[in-house]
Design a protein around this ligand. Structure first.
Ligand SMILES: [Zn+2]
Length: 107
């Protein structure tokens, strides 16, 4: 694939919206554009989703305040999910982005 096509595909891909789902256990087959909120008895403790850059890495986002680093999620009245703070992968693809209202905002 040449660079131009790769660039085009990446940017097209990045515009796609994410939805979310609460799960007790992570399903075997995960959707690419879905954020999985792992929760037991109404208590959410972890978020999983595929890295939006397309590298194929499954991200693990800790929600437990007692463990650092940790993140918070928010679902607005239009049913869109946001994560705080930004997600920065210091290894591999080094993606750095915000999830805001179901969309990826690259830093
Ligand atoms: Zn990535």
């Amino acid at each position: 694939m040449n660079n131009f096509i790769r660039y085009f595909l990446c940017h097209k891909q990045h515009k796609k919206k994410y939805d979310y789902e609460f799960v007790e256990d992570l399903p075997k087959n995960l959707r690419k554009r879905r954020i999985y909120i792992c929760a037991n008895d109404g208590f959410a403790w972890q978020i999983n989703f595929y890295c939006p850059c397309g590298c194929g890495t499954l991200l693990y986002v800790n929600l437990l305040e007692a463990t650092k680093p940790n993140w918070r999620y928010e679902i607005d009245n239009k049913n869109k999910i946001s994560l705080h703070p930004s997600i920065y992968r210091k290894t591999d693809c080094k993606s750095h982005f915000f999830v805001r209202r179901g969309q990826i905002d690259w830093v």
